[in-house]
Design a protein around this ligand. Sequence first.
Ligand code: IPM
Ligand code: MG
Length: 356
Amino acid sequence: MKKYNIAVLPGDGIGPEVMNEAKKVLGIVAKHAGVQFEMEEGLVGGAACDRYGIPLPAAVLEMAAAADAVLLGAVGGPKWESLDYSLRPERALLGLRSGLGLYANLRPVVVFEELIDASPLKPEVIRGIDLLIVRELLGDIYFGQPRGVRVENGQRIGINTMVYAEADIRRIMKSAFELARGRQKKLLSVDKANVLEATELWRDVATETGRDYPDVELQHMYVDNCAMQLIRNPGQFDVIVTSNMFGDILSDEASMLTGSLGMQPSASQGEKTALYEPSHGSAPDIAGKGIANPLAAILSMAMMLRHSFGMSEEANAVENAVRLVLKEGFRTVDIRQEGAAIVGARAMGDLVAEKV
Ligand code: IPM
Ligand code: MG
């Protein structure tokens, strides 16, 4: 029997709740497909801070690196907000990204017809939306030096630095062009080349890389305009490639096309082990209440099946199960609609598992 090792990192807040549901559905997939998923759990984020005093223990990073794929819940919460930056739960996420070399973050934005009224946007604007944001994940102002707050001439100044090396732009562009090639052969590169030199380089390298992909139509757009166009007419986009910071912001914005951040999965890929996680955070305000939406975690698990294990058929089955459950009128509170049956995380997981 085929066997895959999965590092499961539930994290904080609603992370463990949604992860339980993803694992439940995965268990059903294993049965049907006749494969074995060996799952090893590890503490990250605030949970690891509490136990070990650091957000990403070396042993957990090692376990993740040795696994065939990593499933992550969410990290962070008010309890750890006063810690030094180097100890915050979020560092676990950044540490996993850099430690595993995960430079490409894929955030699909798919509007389910069943949820068309759950979005604050008009149905005619979002109907049929199926776009992919490819976010560079290891560069930019997130990792650039110098950084920090220091005192100069008697006042504090805060510094972060946007840095992009040519090679780092080229590799994310290659990923994005390849992905675009498998879709509508349309790629939009988003930058702020009218103001920031680093993104002028971004634009140049995008254009250079594009010469190797003559079959893909490359366009450029400034990030402020893109933010506006995502609301005005998101249907014009297919694959969007952008830098770490812009991608962070645009992907949260785009998630609202789907009705809820609770519907947005993500995959982070590098040379080896990939990591899959819902795009939402740990949602401390609803943690422990059992009302979280597990669909982003379940859909992230489906991305794992497709991208890390080549199990497209099973991934489709999971996605279809989600669609069916929504069609039958079941909703978590974040996507509540009139006349729908409101269910908690566990019931939602059961429903999807039943349909797979
Ligand atoms: C995300 C999150 C993270 C990010 C935080 C939690 C560090 O917002 O994955 O989008 O900024 O990358
Ligand atoms: Mg974010």
